[in-house]
Design a protein around this ligand. Structure first.
Ligand SMILES: [Zn+2]
Length: 361
């Protein structure tokens, strides 16, 4: 078995394995102009939502957001890993398979082993969280899961539930001292952050945004791109919530423009839910992470005359708890392959499915 495939082979596969040939082996494609369309296999599709572009060698589903090249399609469709897909495509297209042996490929090998190490850290951490649920610290959480949520031991094991103790550095200490993992690898896994960096990328209370200036031109263009003539094609929870448009701006102006982009989309969603332009005197309680950003809340309010918008925590309800319940609800719907968006309230034209939940990471 070839363990590491040479980048040259991967490149040749990308060039020679035509996306239309690859996908039409599994689903029926119909020609439509320069492109092809078909029923998307990654969500409960009724009419063809998937477009396949021969010129871009790319597929994209307008309903669930699935997309990528021919390798990605096969990985998701056949649930095979990257190397297996590349190897099978190489054989099919008579491509010479080269493996990584020469010294010039050391950098590539290092990159592979770095990824393997990150996977290992995530796996070890997952097991650590699971073990915390079973020891004395997790006793209360375990009782809660069993008696109040009626989850059996089988379900707890199958979904690999864990418990995060109320501590800043337990996991870090375990990874460093017990598992003896290098500190740089632990940091680059993203599971812990160093104290020096902990506040750098976080706009606390919108202070950075407040000190910047909104770039109206970029903001309006971004809104137009996202909403497509102000009609929502999708709900806000799909993956193409892209803030790339702010890339050329300074940190402050970028934060101001992105915050207002977010605020305007949320405000439009609220207006849609009310079916009128100005909700009459009413109170909105918010539970998401954005509730901690006063600038964002004020920017949403700027879109209305008579509403008040407050963090739900003011009513002695834990916003983080409510949000996690809401996400848990969506995750379960997604797992059961039920739509996770609701056309009547979100304004997206069709129900969309969530991504695939990857089990046994
Ligand atoms: Zn789809």
């Amino acid at each position: 078995m070839v363990r590491s495939i040479h980048p040259r082979t991967i490149q040749e596969v990308k060039e020679k394995a035509d996306i239309v040939d690859v996908i039409s082996e599994h689903i029926v494609l119909k020609k439509k102009g320069k492109e092809f369309v078909g029923i998307c296999p990654f969500h409960d599709d009724t009419k063809p939502s998937m477009t396949v572009s021969p010129s871009k060698q790319f597929y994209y589903c307008f309903s669930c957001g699935a997309g990528g090249n021919s390798i990605k399609f096969l990985m998701e469709f056949t649930r095979a890993n990257f190397s297996d897909v590349v190897l099978s495509l190489a054989k099919k297209n008579n491509i010479n398979i080269e493996s990584l042996d020469g010294p010039q490929d050391d950098a590539y090998k290092r990159e592979l082993s770095r990824k393997e190490e990150l996977y290992k850290i995530l796996r070890i951490s997952k097991n650590w969280f699971k073990s915390q649920l079973n020891n004395s610290l997790g006793k209360e959480a375990m009782n809660y899961l069993k008696s109040q949520r009626n989850l059996s031991s089988n379900i707890i094991n199958e979904f690999e539930l864990g418990f995060a103790p109320n501590s800043w550095n337990d996991l870090f200490n375990y990874l460093l001292k017990v598992e003896k993992l290098p500190i740089n690898s632990i940091l680059s896994s993203g599971l812990v952050i160093s104290k020096d960096n902990s506040d750098k990328n976080y706009d606390k209370d919108g202070l950075i945004a407040r000190s910047g200036k909104i770039d109206k031109l970029i903001l309006n263009q971004a809104l137009e791109n996202f909403t497509g003539n102000s009609n929502y094609k999708k709900s806000l929870d799909v993956k193409d919530f892209d803030i790339f448009f702010a890339k050329g701006l300074s940190l402050e102006n970028g934060a101001a423009t992105i915050s207002n982009f977010t605020a305007t989309l949320i405000a439009n969603g609220m207006k849609y839910a009310h079916k009128i332009d100005q909700p009459f005197m009413c109170k909105w309680l918010v539970c998401g992470g954005g509730r901690k950003n006063k600038y964002l809340l004020e920017s949403i309010k700027d879109n209305f005359k008579n509403i008040s918008i407050e963090p739900i925590d003011q009513y002695e309800v834990d916003g983080d708890f409510v949000e996690s319940q809401a996400f848990g609800y969506l995750a379960i719907r997604s797992f059961l392959k039920l739509p996770i968006s609701f056309p009547d309230t979100t304004g997206c034209k069709e129900p969309t499915n969530g991504g695939v939940i990857v089990k046994n990471f």
